[in-house]
Write a protein that binds this ligand. Structure first.
Ligand SMILES: [Zn+2]
Length: 173
């Protein structure tokens, strides 16, 4: 900590310069909590650097306050609307409507099923079952959880393939 910083801390009554600068805007707006506002006041009294910041900010604020209020011109709405390429938007309506069938939309499958964790966990179960069978330890009751484990990943992949197929057909016209 150099001498300047130490001075700042002594001068700050608990508030240092970075903190003081953070509070300046609220201080000037008069929205700062009383105790905090007093701390800023004390800091400003003793710290020339922050006082300079304060004065500059205050000058900006009063400059802004002094600006005359501008009325929007009467044709403002019309001009904004005219600048929107609404024609182009309308021309693309058919493209927007050409969506994939709803059952191929990702959102058709519940989020938990699409979740990577579910798919990985399912695959792990399936792999464990496959491993058990490979090791000769497979039992009939293991088949169901093994197949169920494959489910989420299979469903997601099937859906993805379906989407690609639809996209392909569309690209061919
Ligand atoms: Zn300061």
């Amino acid at each position: 900590m150099d001498g300047r910083d130490q001075r700042d801390h002594r001068a700050g009554h608990g508030l240092d310069c970075p903190d003081c600068r953070l509070e300046l805007q609220e201080y000037l707006d008069g929205t700062l909590e009383k105790k905090r506002s007093l701390a800023v006041f004390m800091h400003l009294r003793d710290c020339a650097a922050c006082r300079a910041d304060h004065d500059a900010l205050q000058a900006v604020f009063s400059g802004l306050d002094a600006l005359p209020a501008l009325e929007a011109p009467a044709d403002f709405d019309a001009k904004v609307l005219a600048s929107v390429p609404y024609g182009a938007y309308q021309a693309m309506a058919s493209l927007r409507r050409e969506r994939v069938p709803v059952f191929l939309e990702e959102q058709f499958l519940p989020a938990w099923l699409r979740a990577r964790a579910t798919r990985v966990a399912g695959l792990a179960v399936a792999a464990a079952v496959a491993f058990a069978f490979a090791a000769g330890a497979g039992a009939g009751w293991l088949l169901a959880p093994g197949l169920a484990g494959l489910g989420p990943e299979l469903l997601c992949r099937l859906q993805g393939a379906g989407r690609r197929l639809v996209g392909l057909r569309r690209a061919e016209g």
